[in-house]
Design a protein around this ligand. Sequence first.
Ligand SMILES: Cc1cc2nc3c(=O)[nH]c(=O)nc-3n(C[C@H](O)[C@H](O)[C@H](O)COP(=O)(O)OP(=O)(O)OC[C@H]3O[C@@H](n4cnc5c(N)ncnc54)[C@H](O)[C@@H]3O)c2cc1C
Length: 466
Amino acid sequence: MRTDVVIAGAGPAGLMLACELATAGVETVLLEREAARPAFCRGFNLNARSLDVLDRRGIADRFINEGLKVPVSFFGLPAPLDIGQLDWDHPYTLGIPQTRVEEILEERAVELGVDVRRGEEIRTFEQDEDGVTVNDSIRAKYLVGCDGSRSVVRRIAGIGFPGTETTRYVMFGDVEADIALGKHEGGVLVIPRTGYVRVAVADPVLNRAEPITLEILQSTVDEALGRHVELANPRWVTRFGNAVRQAERYRSGRVLLAGDAAHIHPPAGAQGVNLAIADAMNLGWKLAAAVQGWATPELLDTYHSERHAAGARVLMHTQAQALLGGDSVGPLRELFVELSELDGVGKYLAELVTGVETCYPMGEFTSHAWLGRMAPDVAVAVDGRPTSVARLLRSGRGVLLDFGVADHPPLDRIDVIRAEPLDDVPVGALLLRPDGHVAWLMTRDGRLEPGPLADALSRWFGLVPA
Ligand SMILES: Cc1cc2nc3c(=O)[nH]c(=O)nc-3n(C[C@H](O)[C@H](O)[C@H](O)COP(=O)(O)OP(=O)(O)OC[C@H]3O[C@@H](n4cnc5c(N)ncnc54)[C@H](O)[C@@H]3O)c2cc1C
């Protein structure tokens, strides 16, 4: 059979990417090795930036309606971050099981027409100049490996995965515990979940091959606490190492990587699902442009340059959070707490751990705070009807948004919209990429950043003005 794109893996990265491609009208086959979603649940949150992203496709409420809003925190610090009066669209973290996130994304992908095939794994592929042949039976223009940390796609593509080896493991157990444990006691972290708790404790053995059982978890927890705590009815018992790795390239010809296939890091700070969604949002429209033939030769490579840099930041701060949550850094934590209470530092850390800080390079001589960042969800009126920037992006197309400073003729591929700002905006016009990031702007006093609009239209949308 023939299709535009094959995605390997129906985790958050693969599902979000499938939704993005389908929104752009790209035919997509999603192959998932497992016939059914696992009974256990790994992650438990969506951060502010993931909610912003989902909002720009009109589906954030499907998640928000089911989740629990909790304050933004930096793992290892005893209290949530003091973020003051944040001007974010979603100034909180949403507690929601990863399994539910995946179910909702999969429902959406199917609604949009994605061919999701469970119980089918990618075993082989070969790429040539025109496409990729997967499992000797599917011919596609591109293949994306969203197949997790041990990615087969990454291995067959020969993409290196440099980084550091695991030097210690943490045991995780989703169990019923017959005790009202504090959040962190004697090196045992207990996270409340609905109907059970997640217990995490340092694994004294550096041996991944040794299977973890409830008995091993039980004795390790008892030893760490210095008393017996009954752990029962395990839903999931596992170990997680502190290895940190990042693919040296996110693209090799017609093969790309996203999510855990492109990076692994400690679970401290709960980043993986969110990073997977952010990768997919960045890649989706660029890959669609390549499939549809209007991408400039460089566009798809900006996926690597933009997301590798963003991923490296996450690798850095998840390691920092893991260290800060350790036993032997008491004085450092004390100092970090003092620093985090300084004016603006809580907000800085919150923007770091949620990815709200993410700013893609748009040009050398730029100064406007909005350029390269995701445009805030400003309220606007179009033809007298109230709407907002996030709503205008729901089609998945780019938007040239003009606040009455110039008359722009209609353009292919992007929506040219004249709007009246209902909030105070520091710009006269904006060019938004389909992922919501500001690619060009005109300030209210007429300055153009990063340069002429025509250059930005050509760079991001392959448009050559008449
Ligand atoms: C204990 C623990 C706690 C965590 N807590 C959090 C948290 O609170 N918040 C958070 O954001 N993240 C958390 N994470 C991380 C998060 O679970 C991952 O980062 C996230 O699942 C990555 O998504 P992904 O789509 O890249 O990969 P995955 O979710 O791993 O999905 C990959 C998919 O590919 C499939 N697959 C593999 N090989 C093939 C193949 N050859 N062919 C077809 N399909 C294949 C797999 O079956 C799987 O479904 C946690 C992880 C762990 C282990």
